[in-house]
Design a protein around this ligand. Structure first.
Ligand SMILES: [Zn+2]
Ligand SMILES: [Zn+2]
Length: 421
């Protein structure tokens, strides 16, 4: 219980390098010496901490759903919404797809993840099989928690509305911000490597391990779910029972297929209107680019930049980057692996932030309902754009980053063999 892990070896899930973990002090993390990604972190009170954060975040989420979230006042007419009303308005506009997406990524998945952390770290008595399932789902859903992105979307919609009237925050707003911060902390404190080693000891490997070499060259693979080191020939992990292969199966084919689909959707997503604004009887439809131009002409330069970067630059660059990664993984050219890996990490991290514009539309169309005076409705472009973001996220997750490293040589420098602190 007291040691961080029984097995000091780890196969980097990002670059497939076999690393010996050093003895970590509290608060220290071990990074992969080759790709620099974090392998594991040693936390003080690794059980109480995440459980504490998760329980308080759930309490905040409950509070956030009870009271009005934001309000707006235009020429004496006041409109206020609760968090739960946002999807309801979208459903009444026949945009139940965006409403469900909103409910799932902003409330349901984060709440589920927090409950899972409480169950797994809090030592709740459940059959082991259940706990394994929960842990599997938890680490797969992590990227789909979009609480902080939604919050950024709310702030952007405030700036968009300032030109028309007074906007204010309701009683629920502060609890929601706290929920956002606490759930980020809860995730940070939950270390996957530690959690699995505590739940079930890692399976023993019969063959000698050669540290500083790739797993593939020694016939080993890292379990995609629990990070256990397994022989390539063993397809089902004895610890978490998930099936896996040395590399993600048909990784490039899947990534390319999802990428091409998202590229095809990206064109209509930019040409079709994402939102309809009714202001004093006139109806204005606006595309993503038109929204940016409008904000810029109104003088909201920072927000115009945020929307331009999140909705136009990031998706297009992300598609180019994924295409580049696929092309390189197929090729035989010698390139800078480290730089390519940074590209991959940026794509993985930044991609979800493109969802910001979809949330802005959700908030605007729920809040701005004042009949003829001013009303905002979502339009088909928003749905297409949300699909593009989802597809590119799947494309990035089906890409196997170890392919970037597979053709690079063996690691030679002695000091790099032990994981850096
Ligand atoms: Zn690595
Ligand atoms: Zn496993």
């Amino acid at each position: 219980m007291c040691s961080h892990s029984n097995d000091p070896h780890i196969l980097c899930p990002q670059c497939d390098l076999l690393v010996t973990l050093p003895t970590l002090q509290y608060g220290q993390k071990a990074n992969c010496p080759r790709c620099k990604s974090t392998l594991t972190t040693r936390w003080q009170e690794p059980r109480k901490r995440p459980v504490g954060y998760a329980i308080s975040s759930l309490f905040m989420l409950l509070l956030a759903n009870l009271f009005p979230f934001v309000n707006m006042n235009v020429k004496g007419l006041t409109s206020q919404i609760t968090l739960i009303k946002i999807p309801q308005v979208l459903v009444s506009d026949d945009y139940s797809s965006i409403a469900s997406l909103f409910m799932i990524v902003v409330q349901l998945i984060p709440a589920f993840c927090m409950v899972s952390i409480i169950i797994l770290c809090g030592g709740v008595t459940l059959p082991r099989k259940w706990k394994i399932r929960i842990a599997w789902v938890l680490f797969h859903l992590k990227a789909w928690c979009m609480v902080e992105i939604f919050l950024a979307g709310v702030l952007v919609s405030f700036v968009k509305l300032i030109a028309y009237g007074e906007v204010g925050i309701g009683t629920s707003f502060i609890p929601y911000v706290l929920f956002c911060l606490l759930q980020v902390r809860a995730f940070q404190c939950t270390d996957r490597f530690w959690l699995w080693n505590q739940a079930v000891p890692a399976p023993v490997i019969a063959q000698p391990l050669r540290v500083g070499q790739s797993g593939l060259s020694q016939g080993l693979r890292s379990c995609a779910c629990c990070m256990a080191i397994l022989p390539v020939s063993q397809q089902t992990c004895p610890r978490c029972f998930s099936k896996g292969y040395a590399r993600k199966k048909h990784s490039l084919q899947w990534t390319m297929a999802l990428l091409i689909t998202s590229m095809m959707l990206y064109i209509p997503a930019n040409l079709m209107p994402i939102m309809i604004t009714q202001f004093l009887g006139t109806k204005i439809t606006s595309t993503i680019m038109a929204g940016v131009v409008l904000l810029w002409s109104e003088g909201s330069y920072p927000i115009a930049m945020v929307i331009f970067i999140a909705s136009i630059m990031v998706p297009s660059l992300k598609m180019l980057a994924i295409a580049w990664l696929c092309w390189d993984a197929n090729g035989r050219k010698k390139v800078d692996r480290e730089r390519l890996h940074v590209v991959y990490e940026v794509v993985e991290f930044v991609g979800r932030w493109s969802m910001i514009d979809v949330f802005v539309i959700a908030v605007l169309s729920a809040l701005v309902r004042m009949g003829q005076l001013m009303s905002i409705y979502p339009d088909i472009g928003a749905l297409l754009f949300a699909l593009v973001v989802i597809l590119t996220m799947f494309a990035a997750s089906t890409f196997d980053p170890r392919l970037i490293w597979d053709r690079s040589g063996i690691f030679e420098t002695k000091e790099q063999l032990d994981g850096g602190k």
